[in-house]
Structures are given as structure tokens and as C-alpha cells.
Ligand binder design. Sequence first.
Ligand code: SAM
Ligand code: SF4
Length: 333
Amino acid sequence: MEDRFGHRINYLRVSITDRCNERCLYCMPQELQEWLPRSEILNFDEITRLVRVASGLGVTKIRITGGEPLVRQNVLELFHRLGELTKITDIGISTNGSLLARTVENGETVARALMKCRVRTVNISLDTLDREMYRSITGRDFLPQTLQGIAAAKQAGFERVKLNAVLMRGRNEDGLSDLVRFARAENLLLRFIELMPVTTTDVLTEANFLSVGEARRRLEGEFGPMIPEPEFKTNGPALYYRFAGSLQRVGFIGAMTNLHFCESCNKLRLTCEGKLRPCLGSHLEFDIKTPMRQGATDEDLRRFFCEVVERKPEQHDFRYNYQPGRRMVAIGG
Ligand code: SAM
Ligand code: SF4
């Protein structure tokens, strides 16, 4: 699938739940915590079918997200089914990490069970290494569990484990170098993400915003110059830099300040309640669940996907498209 601007769409980001065991300030508005009714959420058959249809249109990579995907009941069964779709060659998961070290019936960790379902990459959110700050950002005292989750992910044998930290002035800004040191010691790829205005929470203000440029300058002040590595790419829009004299790379996702952010976009999103969203930073969403539940054929669904891709905007519109009430936790970051 290709959009009007020549973006080739081969990556589907699939949110499988709006629920979460954490309450991050920038993601889940404290005032709005009603979960969607179960009947509104796509079931495993529906998710697997839509991913299969997308794979027939050239989607080869999927990333399962949420909410917290690992709180969904029997989630390993879904991964097992997705793992059987042979045209999907790259499966990833985004998680807060707190449940990865849990054990399943046969005694192995959730991380290991995911790896066995063909999951290749795991992105774990970690904004700070300070336990009290972690609690104040996420609303939960889960730093120890998350660190255990990171260790379990490292042991499980994934192709790549990445850490994602959202930048927030006045919150984690003084702990950025600790995260860099941690990533270096653990040999993990760390990325810093700019705060995006996607939900209603009052943390999403200019005053709390810290740009990737400023974060980089701060790190350079501590660790020395960082050298851009434009050839190094993962699946997303991160720009990578390497510290001079070190092999450690750090990524920067400048959704708000990088003017070229959208140029290499290859993504489409499926929300947990069955809406196809061509761009995270635009309010356009198209309900594919209703026609599917009304008996659409695979051919109808294929046409639906192509029509949505046709409507993909050239670039995001975060600054003008802020939608009160539309929660990141339901869209799937
Ligand atoms: N629960 C999982 C997690 O926390 O990684 C997956 C879902 S979460 C919505 C996916 C990513 O979106 C996380 O890295 C999170 O930090 C990021 N995120 C959520 N709200 C954001 C916001 N307003 N601005 C920037 N990143 C955000
Ligand atoms: Fe939950 Fe992830 Fe959102 Fe935090 S960022 S509230 S862990 S879905």
C-alpha cells in the first residue's frame, strides 16, 4: 500500500486494549478512567483477521501496544495466533515492562513465552530510574518490577530490546544521564521521546515540554559530543546519535520539533476498538469494526484499508489537532 505522498505502508501498530496497570501522567488522564466495554474491543479473531488482511496488502511488521498489552486476558494466545501469520516477518511489542518477568504455567517468563511466539523486538517504557519519580510519573510503585521485566527481556533472547523515555521538564530532566548510563551498562538501545499533545491531561503543557535538542545538548555537556548516525534506522522515526569514542547509540524522537518527522512514515494504526488511524497526530479515524461485524468480506476489508491509506495526511498536525477526550491509552502510542 502506498499513500498519495509516496509513503509505502508496511507497518501496522495494533492496540489491543485501552486498559493499563499504570497511570502515566501524559497518557492516561486521571479524571477519565472508564474502560471501554468489552464488546467494543476487537476480539482475537477480529484482530488476527485484520492483521492477516493487512499482510496481504504488504504489511510485514506489526507492533502490539495498548494501553498495556500484557494486561489483556490470555494475551499469549493472541501472540501465538499472530505468530502463525507467515507474511508477518517482524512482530514487536510496546510495554511498560512491569509484567514481563511474571511466570506462566510452565515456569518460563512472559518475556520468554513472547519470544517463542516469534516476537522479535520489545520496547519498554522507562522514564526514570528514581523510584519516587517513577511512582509520581506512572502513578504506581512498579520500578522494581519493571527492572525485573527488563532483565527478563534481556534473558529471553529477543533480537532487540529498546528503552523509551518521554522527556518532561521538571520531572525526569535531571535523570537523563542516569538512563544513558543504565542503557550503556545493560547494552540496550535508549530513545528519548518528546511529549506529544494527545490526551487531556494537564501535564501536556509548554512548561513541561523538553525538546530532544535540549536533551541532547544536556547529554553532550556531560558525556561529550554526539555524532549523528543517519544511516542507522530502526522501524520508527527516531534519529540516532553515537557518543564520540563509544559504541553506544541513543535515539531521539522529536515528534514536535523535527520538521522532517513524517517524511519516512510507513505506519498505520489499528485502535483497540477497531478504528484505522492513518496518523497518530491527526484526528482522522475510520471504523473498520462495524463493517467487519456486519459481514464484510476480506475483499471489502482490503478495499477499506486501501481507502484509509489514501487519506493518510502528508504530515502530522499535533499542534492544531488536539482532541479533548481522545486518550493516548486507547489509540495506542
Ligand atoms: N503501555 C505500553 C508502554 O507504556 O510502553 C504501551 C502503550 S504506550 C501508550 C506507548 C508509548 O507511548 C510509551 O512509550 C509511552 O511513553 C508513549 N506515550 C504515551 N503518551 C505519550 C505522550 N503524550 N507523549 C509522548 N509519548 C507518549
Ligand atoms: Fe499505561 Fe503505557 Fe499509557 Fe503508561 S504510557 S499509562 S504504561 S499505556
